[in-house]
Design a protein around this ligand. Sequence first.
Ligand SMILES: [Zn+2]
Length: 190
Amino acid sequence: MDPLWAELINSDWHDYRGGGGREDRIENPKWLSGFLMRCGVASRPLPGPTGREALRRLRSVLRRSATALMAGKAPGRRDLGAINRCLADAPLTRRVAAEGEGFAVELVPRVGGIARVLGEVTGSFAQLLATGDPARIKICANTDCGWVVYDESRNRTRRWCESTGCGNLMKVRRYRQRHRRTTRARRLQA
Ligand SMILES: [Zn+2]
């Protein structure tokens, strides 16, 4: 599963089969409730217009920042400021709890709702900045698609957003292209 920051960027969905179809998945209740649950937030009630707008603003901040990282640059100062504001609005408390035979330190969120969603998403991006590898941020090789992925494969060989969607589509296109080429070659020989 892609990290939360990538999932939010990819909520600006483009039809990977071509044709220019597009959907803002923040406006899609099914997508939004799934995303909230991944952030550890109750999916009902869904965020209102202000909350959804805040998600869209963060999405732009993250897209710009990820694009900068892919170009070998640091995210802009204003974007880092926006990220830090989201983090500040979603404070966490440390708590020690028994775990197995020992203890573990847990981070307990102090807020819920949209503030926590923004906090969890920016938290995942902060983690990327601090300990991730910018060279693993990629855009799906299918230009119709444009998904941003974090390539966790050992040799950084991932090229597609999901092997079943774009990967298959590209395989079929390559096959057809090859097939066309061989039939043409045969015709020339005849
Ligand atoms: Zn793709």
